[in-house]
Design a protein around this ligand. Structure first.
Ligand code: NAP
Length: 259
């Protein structure tokens, strides 16, 4: 299927690795011009080069921390008028809420709630004027089924989700959609770090915990980031203009509810 977005400009934040990288790759494969960001220059440039080699797409890069105001200003300077915005950032650390003071909460809110809201604020009116826009927030399955040790993530991402639910109904009339994709366990560096933490807490080996988690997913495996990237590209497609305000789980059936 031709997704009808060749020549559009996409800004994908936090995209040198994992799910952000996969979204960038799938969009590039559709002929989209990319700007990708991350904090660390080396892996960012490597990813950009690989995307160029595999897809022939134009890829601009910017090393910046999307959780800071300066980082967002620089990011928007590199791509002021995106047609497609994929909001991503690293996830907050796991832990016990008794240990989290105000600064810890503010850091989580900055990265996983306020940063995407400010990125949307800076770009959505241009999309409305141009009569095309696709905004995708990478959040987490924890928005639908909270993960106790990820209380910072549960809280910050649900705040973002509530805000976007209201805005999504205002923009769709102008062919500007706003959706979230909620990953279950995907095979990325973030998942490895989470599994290491879980193994330490359970007094088990990382291999043991990894096998348990893999087997407990209805699909019997972790997700491949490329599967996530392709879903993102479809949500950003010309054909997806009637999908807005949705929270799309991609988790191998891990969420146990009927709806
Ligand atoms: P990952 O493999 O660790 O990759 C994270 C990417 O984000 C890297 O490119 C990293 O590069 C960049 N990044 C992190 N913080 C940033 C910041 N402040 N500013 C700019 N770039 C930043 O993580 P992932 O698994 O793809 O996860 C992506 C998001 O999905 C996270 O929020 C994660 O919590 C969430 N999630 C993931 C899973 C999963 O199973 N993988 C499940 C649920 C939710 P630098 O470090 O160089 O900046």
């Amino acid at each position: 299927m031709d997704l009808g977005i060749a020549g559009k400009k996409a800004l994908v934040t936090a995209a040198s690795k994992g799910l952000g990288r996969a979204c960038a790759m799938s969009l590039a494969a559709e002929g989209v011009e990319l700007t990708i960001t991350a904090r660390t220059v080396g892996p960012l440039e490597e990813t950009a080069e690989e995307i160029r080699k595999l897809t022939g797409a134009t890829v601009h890069t910017l090393a910046a921390d999307i959780a800071t105001e300066e980082g967002r200003e620089a990011t928007l300077g590199a791509c002021p008028n995106p047609d497609i915005l994929v909001n991503n950032a690293g996830g907050p650390p796991p832990g016990d809420f008794r240990d989290w003071d105000r600064d810890v909460w503010i850091a989580a809110l900055d990265a996983n709630m306020l940063s995407p809201i400010f990125m949307i604020k800076a770009t959505v009116d241009g999309m409305i004027e141009r009569k095309f826009g696709r905004i995708v927030n990478i959040t987490s399955g924890a928005v639908k089924a909270p993960i106790e040790v990820l209380g910072l993530s549960n809280g910050a991402r649900t705040g973002l989700t509530g805000f976007c639910a209201g805005l999504a109904r205002k923009t769709v009339r102008h062919n500007v959609t706003l959706n979230a994709i909620l990953p279950g366990p995907f095979d990325t560096d973030r998942l490895s770090a989470t599994l290491e933490g879980a193994a330490r807490a359970a007094g088990k080996s990382v291999a043991e915990i990894t096998e348990e988690r893999r087997a407990s997913n209805p699909a019997g495996r972790f997700g491949d980031p490329a599967e996530f990237g392709d879903l993102c590209a479809f949500i950003c497609s010309a054909q997806a203009g009637y999908i807005t305000g949705q929270n799309l789980l991609i988790d191998g059936g891990g969420y146990p509810g009927t709806f």
